[in-house]
Write a protein that binds this ligand. Structure first.
Ligand SMILES: C[S@@+](CC[C@H](N)C(=O)[O-])C[C@H]1O[C@@H](n2cnc3c(N)ncnc32)[C@H](O)[C@@H]1O
Length: 260
C-alpha cells in the first residue's frame, strides 16, 4: 500500500511531512489547492474542516486568507504534530470513516488527495456530507491515474507500469472521475467537476516527490514485472530525459457540490 495509507508505520514518518511540504510549494499544487479553497466559498467567521489534512499547509492558508475557523483531521500522529507546529490548534487525530463531530457542525468540508487512500471511500464521503450543514459546501480533489500518459520508447511497458501505479500502489487510484457520481447519489446539488492536468517535463523537479522513475522497480519487487523489464523502464526513462522529450501527465479532478 501507499505510504499515506499509514504514515506512522513508515520507516521515516517525518519524510512524508517533507513530501507534502515540497509538493505544496510546486506551482501546479499551489494553484489547484487555491481553487479547492475557492470552491468551498469560504465566508469570514464560518467553520470548515479538512479531512486527511496532512501537514496542514492548505488548511493554514484557508484560515489566514479568509478569517475562518479551520478544523483539521488526520489519522497520522506525525501529521497532527506537524499541523500543531503550524499553529493549527483545532487538529483532531481521527479516521475519515468515522468523524468525531456532530452532524451539521461545519459550513464546508474538503478532502484533498485523501479519498484515493481510503479503505471505504463511500462511507468516508458520507461522513464528510453528514458533518456539513444544509447549503454547506463539499470539495473533493484527487488525481485519476486512469488518465496517465508517459513518453518512453516502449509504450506497452509504459502502460503496464502506469497500470501498476493506478491499480496496485493506490487503493482508489482511478476513482476521481466518479466523485461527482458519489456526491449525486448522496443527494448533493450544484455539482461541478474541474480537470487540472499535472504535466511533468523535468522529472528532477516535482518527480522527486512523485517517485515516478521508481514505480517499475517497485512493480518488480512485488512480482508484477520482470526485473529486466524494470531495468529497461529505467533506461528508457533516462533516455527520454536525456533527449529532452520526457513527458508525463495525469489529470486531477476537483469536484465540488452543495449539501441540499
Ligand atoms: C496525500 S496526503 C494529503 C494531505 C493534504 N490534504 C494536503 O493537501 O497536503 C493524505 C493524508 O490522508 C491521511 N489519511 C490516510 N488515511 C486516512 C484515514 N483513514 N483517515 C484520516 N486521514 C487519513 C494521511 O495520513 C495523509 O496525511
Amino acid at each position: 500500500m501507499h505510504g499515506f495509507t499509514d504514515v506512522d508505520r513508515q520507516s521515516d514518518p517525518d519524510s512524508w511531512v517533507d513530501v507534502l511540504d515540497r509538493l505544496t510549494e510546486e506551482p501546479f499544487y499551489r494553484a489547484y489547492q487555491e481553487r479547492v479553497r475557492e470552491l468551498l466559498r469560504p465566508m469570514p467567521g464560518r467553520r470548515y474542516v479538512e479531512v486527511g489534512a496532512g501537514a496542514g499547509a492548505s488548511a493554514a492558508r484557508l484560515r489566514d486568507a479568509h478569517d475562518v475557523s479551520v478544523t483539521t483531521v488526520d489519522r497520522s500522529l506525525t501529521m497532527a504534530a506537524a499541523m500543531r507546529a503550524r499553529g493549527l490548534t483545532q487538529c483532531v487525530v481521527a479516521d475519515a470513516h468515522q468523524l468525531p463531530f456532530l452532524s451539521n457542525s461545519f459550513d464546508g468540508a474538503w478532502a484533498d488527495r485523501t479519498v484515493q487512500h481510503l479503505a471505504d471511500p463511500h462511507t468516508a464521503v458520507e461522513e464528510l456530507v453528514r458533518v456539513v450543514r444544509p447549503h454547506g459546501r463539499i470539495v473533493l480533489a484527487d488525481p485519476d491515474y486512469d488518465t496517465q500518459v508517459l513518453d518512453i520508447a516502449d509504450q506497452n511497458l509504459a502502460r503496464r507500469v502506469l497500470r501498476f501505479r493506478a491499480d496496485v500502489l493506490l487503493r482508489n487510484g482511478t476513482l476521481a472521475h466518479q466523485h461527482a457520481g458519489l456526491l449525486a447519489a448522496l443527494g448533493l446539488v450544484d455539482i461541478t467537476v474541474e480537470p487540472r492536468t499535472l504535466l511533468v517535463r523535468d522529472p528532477t523537479a516535482v518527480d522527486n516527490v512523485l517517485g515516478l522513475r521508481s514505480w517499475a522497480a517497485t512493480a518488480a519487487h512485488r512480482g508484477t514485472l520482470d526485473p529486466t523489464e524494470a531495468r529497461a523502464f529505467e533506461e528508457q526513462f533516462d533516455e527520454a530525459v536525456k533527449a529532452h522529450r520526457f513527458t508525463y501527465a495525469v489529470t486531477f479532478f476537483l469536484t465540488a457540490a452543495t449539501v441540499a
